[in-house]
Ligand binder design. Structure first.
Ligand SMILES: [Mg+2]
Length: 279
């Protein structure tokens, strides 16, 4: 290749592989761009803090500076019961769609045969009293009106990634669960598997996600594969709320003593009735 052609190829590659990460505060801002997708586009949605939020305030990331020491002490005190106690919070804490119309957006994309999946960094497999985390997440989203159509009814495990807590990252009913691996790494393993099985390779990938590090992880993986990427850093709208450290500490103490999670409302009722957290 002569020098001129080399320069031209470099410019073309840069244009082709150019990735963008934009900020959005509502899925309304993404409706026009989503209308440009087709069956060769893969649209990915993060779940926590992108599709849903957890209703109890101690689960709000924006209050992290207020709850992180409290939770750290609670998990230290829990010792080997930590996973059990956390799984009780997972099961009991109510989940709410941040923007309910996102369920319609996902259905409309599916009606146009656009591939739409969830990409979540949560644990896979068994966790505490939850036998299969991916089934739990599937059921919670389904109950909120969101289902992700899958390539396969079978659960796929990505054994090319290392295990964590004896579990691999998995793909299950349209939900790609990284089991705490980087999202780019697991998306890459999924794309390899689906290409081998189905010959499918998207020509464009979009990710809606509240964590910038996860967007960058996916951006790097797709750049290495020559797939165009558009990332959307989702910033809300999250509900207005105030953190109450007395309720939060009561919830953690009650969880420690009774192995039961109380919602914010239940904890407030206990406090108002003078019920002590410990036996
Ligand atoms: Mg998230």
């Amino acid at each position: 290749m002569n020098y001129k052609n080399y320069i031209l190829l470099s410019i073309l590659c840069n244009i082709t592989l150019q990735a963008e990460i934009s900020q959005i505060r509502s899925f309304q801002e993404a409706e026009a761009i989503l209308a440009t997708t087709d069956k060769n586009t893969l649209v990915l949605f993060d779940v926590d803090e992108t599709l849903i939020y957890w209703a109890d305030k101690i689960q709000y990331p924006k209050f992290k500076s207020q709850w992180q020491d409290m939770k750290k002490m609670a998990w230290e005190r829990a010792g080997d019961r930590q996973t059990l106690l956390r799984s009780k919070i997972f099961l009991k804490c109510k989940k709410v769609l941040i923007e309910p119309f996102v369920a319609d957006i996902i259905r409309q994309l599916q009606d146009r045969e656009v591939k739409v999946l969830a990409l979540t960094k949560m644990e896979s497999g068994n966790y505490g009293i939850i036998p299969l985390m991916e089934e739990w997440r599937y059921q919670e989203l389904r109950d909120l009106g969101i289902t992700f159509k899958s390539w396969s009814d079978h659960r796929m495990e990505f054994s090319q990634c290392v295990t964590r807590e004896n579990n691999y990252p998995v793909f299950y009913k349209g939900i790609l669960v990284t089991n705490r691996h980087e999202k780019g790494e697991v998306l890459g393993a999924f794309l390899d598997t689906i290409f081998e099985r189905e010959g499918y390779k998207p020509d464009r990938v979009m990710l809606f996600e509240d964590q910038i590090g996860n967007l960058q992880s996916v951006e790097q993986e797709l750049a290495s594969r020559g797939i165009a990427f558009e990332g959307y850093h989702y910033l809300g709208p999250y509900p207005d709320a105030e953190f109450d450290p007395i309720i939060a500490q009561y919830q953690l103490d009650y969880l420690h003593d009774h192995e039961e999670w109380l919602t914010d409302e239940e904890a407030a009722q206990h406090l108002a009735s003078g019920i002590k957290s410990c036996n």
